[in-house]
Ligand binder design. Structure first.
Ligand code: C5P
Length: 235
């Protein structure tokens, strides 16, 4: 497959066309941003690690019957994915209070939820991705009720699969964000699943193995991402 013209640059990835209709070429970058782009930096090796970790999770989910945009890895920091129309909603699933949920509800970080929490955020950089509900999403025409119900159901299913899988790797899945895309009249999982988009804690020490190390200036960011990759693959 050939890498085609440059199409789009996001905060963590660049997208190029390919010579195959319906497929795009994604390059994962080392650039890191947090707090809606207010904090910027680079994490050496991040592009490569997130590319491989995302591919790993998408392949794991495919084995469990969850379809995603992932097609194949093409280099250390590049993968081919199906071209989709991204639904402008972020689906966040949480098992343990952290980040914005801990703040919003006045919970101590680390408080276990009595059941998983699913939230929808409006994907809009200018507004800082606000938390919204079905009424907002329907009023703005962001997605249909059926699409939202489906994405939430998929979020919970993915949560159950990843939680169980990561438990064996001594990793607690605190929370994560998913994005979905429309293609051929259906909705499939898109974007990435990586330490940039999930909170992973070491099961024993509760040490953070994710982007919170960058957000909170804890140091050891690259090492934490590497540790996640090592626990998943043994490499
Ligand atoms: O910041 P907050 O607590 O709402 O984040 C919840 C989860 O969603 C975290 O795992 C975070 O990494 C992820 N997230 C993301 N992209 C965003 C917002 C949150 O990947 N724009």
């Amino acid at each position: 497959m050939q890498k085609g013209e440059f199409l789009y640059e996001g905060k963590a990835k660049k997208i190029y066309a390919t010579d195959q209709p319906g497929l795009v070429w994604i390059e994962y970058k080392d650039d890191a941003t947090a707090f809606n782009g207010l904090k910027k930096g680079t994490i050496s090796g991040k592009g490569e690690l997130n590319n491989k970790i995302s591919a790993y999770f998408f392949q794991l989910l495919a084995q469990k019957g969850i379809e995603s945009h992932f097609v194949q890895l093409v280099s250390d920091n590049e993968q081919i994915v199906k071209k989709v129309e991204i639904v402008p909603l972020e689906v966040v699933v949480r098992n343990i209070a952290a980040g914005s949920l801990a703040k919003r509800l006045g919970l101590e970080e680390g408080t276990a939820m009595q059941q998983p929490v699913v939230e929808l955020y409006y994907k809009n950089d200018e507004l800082g991705d606000p938390l919204i509900n079905y009424y907002h999403a329907l009023a703005l025409g962001l997605a249909t009720r059926e699409e939202m119900l489906y994405m939430e159901e998929m979020g919970l299913k993915i949560n159950a699969i990843l939680q169980e899988y990561l438990r064996d790797k001594e990793i607690i899945l605190v929370d994560f964000k998913l994005e979905f895309g429309r293609v051929d009249g259906k909705i499939i999982l898109a974007d990435e699943i990586s330490p940039d988009t999930c909170r992973f804690w070491d099961a024993e020490t509760r040490e953070k193995l994710d982007k919170d190390r960058f957000r909170r200036d804890l140091g050891g960011v690259e090492e934490a991402y590497q540790e996640v990759y090592r626990r998943l693959t043994g490499n």
